[in-house]
Write a protein that binds this ligand. Structure first.
Ligand SMILES: [Ca+2]
Ligand SMILES: [Ca+2]
Length: 162
């Protein structure tokens, strides 16, 4: 009984030493960087397909937080899955901005309708033209920080109505 107990104790001690080694002796000792979080997202419930030659637009926003400060936010983006299951924007993320610039159709990725710069609320105005596929689009949001940590994801959707 006692032998078994010692064996277990040694096992636990050596395991915890190994664990500490593995985590505590990295090449650099930086301030601990933790992943950020998406706090909420706001996507309109629906958007109508406009007549040919017109655009309809909808503002999409996401609020993020990072314990290392908003300066640590590298990018906030979402993927858009179309009703047929394929990804919009050729599978690339739709990158949001927190630059406070009003919407400008000639520069929609940078002048994207963000209300206030630097408040941790990221924005993108999505545009729908007459060629849009009707149905439900699923948006999955992420935030990446400057240490490369990926946040939780958050999902919302919009109905594109004919
Ligand atoms: Ca961080
Ligand atoms: Ca903002």
């Amino acid at each position: 009984m006692i032998n078994k107990f010692y064996f277990l104790l040694i096992f636990i001690l050596s395991f915890s030493m190994f664990w500490q080694c593995d985590n505590g002796t990295g090449p650099e000792k930086k301030e601990k960087n933790v992943p950020g979080r998406i706090l909420w997202v706001d996507v309109p419930d629906s958007i109508a397909i406009p007549p040919a030659g017109y655009f309809n637009k909808a503002l999409v926003t996401a609020a993020v937080q990072d314990s290392n400060g908003l300066d640590d936010v590298d990018s906030v983006y979402f993927y858009s899955k179309k009703p047929d299951g394929s990804l919009a924007n050729e599978g690339r993320p739709l990158v949001m901005v927190d630059n406070g610039k009003p919407f400008n159709i000639n520069d929609p990725w940078q002048q994207a309708g963000d209300e206030q710069a630097g408040d941790g609320i990221y924005s993108l105005t999505i545009l729908i033209d007459n060629s849009a596929q009707p149905g439900r689009y699923i948006f999955t949001f992420y935030m990446r920080d400057k240490a490369g940590n990926l946040s939780n994801s958050m999902v919302d959707s919009i109905e594109v109505v004919p």
